[in-house]
Design a protein around this ligand. Structure first.
Ligand code: FE2
Length: 431
């Protein structure tokens, strides 16, 4: 089932709540966000006279069906709804704009409850556990979610315990490189420091595995990579992503995040603290001594070199307020250009080898016109993928498996341009 309408609704709901909390309901930016929320609600309710979203046990349900991707992606918002006492949201078809504005206010904690009897109602039909029809969450997705939750907890002031972080990333250690790269490469529209951190951890882990690191080293590398932007996590996310850019003072604050992250890590106890602190401190340093903070003659830790490349790759392929996302191919070109100056040449070489010509998780257009998501490649053999749109541009009900050689590829496509939700494809890959 397509979870996109629910995701668009939740994205718009979170955005509208933020704008209302920051600027008040009558501000133009809040009104724009509410307009987008009304549109998303219209799409979500277009098929049924009434739609019920329920939060149970940290997961989100549409009717009785668990939305595993959406629960994962919006786990922050889902936790916020729960903490505000919201167990379910009932939307009638094309809900009234005033009711949607009330809902966004409640979701943002600006007001406490909704009036009864409107077109949007809260906690009207919370489902019992027995009604639920859960979809099992795969081990990797569970780990991905647990990692996001850990970071979110740290952002909310939880104490850092390295032992716990290492226990969580354990779920990633031992997963196949193709699956890890795919999980890290798939993109969604709700990008935050949390997602970025988990992706960097997956990428660094896969790179470390490819470079022959042992299991203990991999655990420390993955944990350090997960925490590399802890200094940013501790900064206010809203301030980092606000429209209109940052002031000089805010920039200065952002540039301090390596030191602040390292300090916070050093204050923790447990295995791998020093390595994680080195990674946090050095991930924006460059091999030529530029970058921040200055290395002052110090050698960059080998793990910091790995994380710097993983960090850059994920940042380049993510959308930013001032520019769209770039394809994995472009990211690899940028890394190659910075090899030896910005980045460690050996690390870049092994990363490019690992990603290959067609990194798992990227979208390609074949000569036939079909659109394919790469799932892997056999040693020296053809790449494999899933056909997500046929040559006529039609979306296939069930993605078909395909093998292809480089000569069949016309070019790389961004998932957004393809109108495909790559998260949905993970299920097809796993099955
Ligand atoms: Fe950073």
């Amino acid at each position: 089932m397509n979870e996109l309408p629910v995701r668009s609704f939740l994205f718009a709901l979170g955005r509208a709540g933020e704008r209302i909390a920051q600027h008040g309901r009558d501000d133009q930016s809040a009104r724009d966000a509410l307009g987008a929320l009304a549109e998303a609600s219209g799409v979500l309710t277009s098929r049924d006279p009434e739609v019920v979203l329920t939060v149970s046990d940290g997961a989100l349900y549409l009717g009785t069906r668990m939305l595993s991707h959406t629960s994962l992606e919006f786990n922050g918002l889902v936790a916020d709804l729960r903490s505000r006492g919201i167990d379910s949201i009932t939307l009638t078809r094309d809900p009234h704009p005033d009711d949607l504005a009330d809902l966004a206010s409640v979701a943002a904690g600006v007001s406490a409850d909704l009036p009864v009897g409107g077109t949007v109602r809260l906690n009207e039909r919370p489902l019992a556990g027995a009604d639920m029809d859960p979809v099992p969450v795969s081990g990797m997705r569970r780990t991905y979610r647990a990692s996001l939750e850990t970071l979110r907890g740290l952002g909310d002031g939880n104490r850092l315990e390295m032992g716990k972080v290492i226990g969580i990333v354990e779920g990633f250690v031992g997963s196949s490189p193709a699956a890890s790269l795919m999980m890290a490469t798939i993109r969604n529209h709700d990008e935050t420091t949390y997602y970025h951190s988990v992706n960097v951890s997956l990428l660094a882990l896969t790179m470390g595995g490819g470079m022959g690191l042992g299991p203990d080293e991999l655990r420390h590398l993955a944990a350090g990579a997960l925490l590399h932007d802890l200094g940013r996590v501790l900064l206010d996310e809203a301030a980092l992503t606000k429209a209109g850019g940052l002031t000089n003072e805010e920039w200065a604050q952002v540039r301090l995040h390596p030191q602040e992250g390292a300090q916070a890590i050093l204050a923790a106890t447990g295995p791998g603290v020093e390595v994680a602190a080195a990674i946090a401190l050095e991930h924006h340093a460059r091999m030529d001594g530029e970058g921040y903070p200055a290395l002052r003659g110090r050698e960059m830790h080998p793990f910091s070199r790995i994380v710097a490349v993983a960090d850059a790759y994920d940042a380049i392929t993510s959308p930013r307020p001032h520019r769209p996302a770039r394809t994995p191919l472009e990211a690899m070109r940028i890394l190659r250009e910075g090899s030896g100056t910005a980045y460690d040449a050996g690390v870049v070489t092994s990363f490019l080898q690992l990603m290959g010509e067609f990194p798992p998780g990227s979208m390609l257009r074949l000569g036939t016109g079909a659109l394919v998501m790469v799932t892997g490649r056999e040693e020296g053999g053809p790449a494999s993928g899933l056909v997500v749109r046929d040559p006529d541009g039609r979306k296939l009900p069930e993605p078909e498996r395909v093998r292809f050689g480089g000569e069949q590829v016309l070019g790389h496509v961004l998932p957004d341009e393809a109108g495909i939700d790559p998260m949905e494809l993970i299920d097809a890959v796993e099955s």
